[in-house]
Design a binder for this molecule. Structure first.
Ligand SMILES: C[S@@+](CC[C@H](N)C(=O)[O-])C[C@H]1O[C@@H](n2cnc3c(N)ncnc32)[C@H](O)[C@@H]1O
Length: 406
């Protein structure tokens, strides 16, 4: 049996192992962040969580608490380099009788430590700087920043009051008292501005204007841009004196849960009737949507779209690409010999848009997402290829139609 005092020493050993792993894997470099990971007790932030089970097929999550799996196993899992889910579908979990969960949508978590420290390193903080975090979640990343900079320099916003309460309690237990705010973080924190750094641990479809206005000139914004098909990646923007923010994608793989206010509409959109739209052949099949780099281009070209597979009216396997924001659609069916039929209709000819973007990308040598960057001005937000003057695609902002691409 592990007794209470053992929790601290067991946790310290596990933290040391986790730290060494993060250093060994190349995510953790600086002595200050290393000290923070060694010091902050992640287990205090994840007393109860769900972890993805290794089962084929349907994704299933299994509950983990000290009572369910024993203190040592709970601690071991709390210090794995893994994302630990703490909420599904915006609803609190009934911990009086926790059951495995499937068919659910995680809405809060303690992010994979490798990604947390990678982002903190990329934030390029220096002593004395102030930070605004959007997406407090469990409070673990907030605690790391409190350790590094001092809690008085850290503000964090969480949209969900229950999640925020738990984070506040955990931070309190660990002796950190940052400024915690419960509201839609897309509005930022004008009272605490200007900040030297703004970091978002929820994904956004575009960079909220307040984040730019509330970050001081020369300051940095680190956020994951994402769409409804996939994540675009982690972008680091430098804010200038004119209210412009610009920078490059620095990683293409991180995928954060999207800000709740920017979730895709529940309704996937109208299934087009069999004779809707116009039909042509294409060599570009739906497989491109799921591939890492061409999928990135698809997300840029069709920012309001989503896709799913379903047989068409005559039983042929079909892939439906639908933009529910404007009723546009493209339906792809196999023709044989690597050719496809695409039937398109609605306001935007989605597959034409995608193929034009693919052609631009191929002409540039099919570079990875890190060849792209982002410019945010008060009038416009766009992703560009190569340099700010290069080919560009508009990001969907509140005042622009989602399919308003260039
Ligand atoms: C991946 S979790 C955050 C992980 C956290 N940094 C940690 O270390 O535990 C993302 C969080 O963002 C929150 N969130 C989503 N939309 C938000 C918004 N508009 N403003 C503030 N928080 C938001 C979610 O409720 C969730 O708790």
């Amino acid at each position: 049996m592990t007794t209470e005092p053992d929790i601290d020493s067991t946790a310290a050993k596990l933290r040391h192992l986790l730290t060494s792993r993060l250093v060994g894997d190349g995510w953790l470099h600086s002595p200050q962040w290393r000290a923070a990971v060694e010091a902050v007790p992640r287990h205090e932030f994840v007393r109860r969580f769900y972890r993805e089970s290794d089962s084929p097929g349907l994704t299933t999550w299994t509950p983990v608490t000290a009572e369910l799996v024993g203190v040592e196993e709970w601690l071991r899992q709390a210090y794995t380099d893994d994302t630990l889910i703490t909420q599904f579908d915006g609803r609190e979990i009934d911990w009086s009788d926790p059951q495995p969960i499937s068919n659910a949508h995680p809405t809060s978590s303690s992010t994979l430590p490798a990604l947390v420290v990678r982002m903190l390193e990329e934030l390029q903080v220096q002593d004395g700087m102030t930070v605004l975090e959007i997406g407090t979640g469990t409070g673990y990343s907030t605690a790391l920043m409190c350790h590094r900079l001092g809690a008085e320099r850290v503000s964090s916003i969480e949209t969900d009051p229950d999640v925020a309460d738990r984070a506040r309690d955990a931070l309190d237990r660990c002796g950190y008292a940052p400024r915690l705010i419960v509201r839609d973080g897309l509005a930022g924190d004008s009272e605490g501005a200007p900040y030297d750094r703004t970091i978002a641990t929820c994904g956004v479809r575009h960079v909220p204007r307040p984040w730019v206005q509330q970050t001081r000139p020369g300051g940095l914004i680190l956020a994951t841009l994402r769409g409804w098909m996939r994540s675009l990646g982690l972008v680091r923007l430098t804010v200038d004196r004119t209210g412009r923010a610009e920078g490059r994608f620095i990683a293409d793989d991180p995928s954060f849960m999207i800000a709740r206010q920017q979730e895709a509409p529940l309704n996937l959109g109208m299934i087009p009737a069999p004779d809707d739209g116009t039909t042509r052949s294409t060599p570009h099949g739906p497989g491109l949507l799921g591939m890492p780099d061409s999928g990135f281009v698809a997300q840029l070209a069709m920012p309001g779209a989503r896709f799913f597979s379903m047989p068409t009216h005559d039983g042929t396997p079909g892939t439906y690409v639908i933009d529910a924001t404007n009723g546009s659609f493209a339906v792809l069916t196999p023709k044989g010999d690597g050719e496809w039929t695409v039937r398109q209709g609605g306001l935007i000819t989605l597959w034409d848009e995608f193929e034009q973007s693919l052609a631009v990308w191929h002409t540039a040598g099919s570079p990875p997402p890190t060849a792209f960057g982002v410019t945010v001005t008060p009038q416009r937000q766009c992703v560009w290829l190569g340099s700010p003057g290069g080919p560009n695609w508009r990001l969907p902002t509140a005042t622009q139609a989602p399919a308003d691409t260039a």
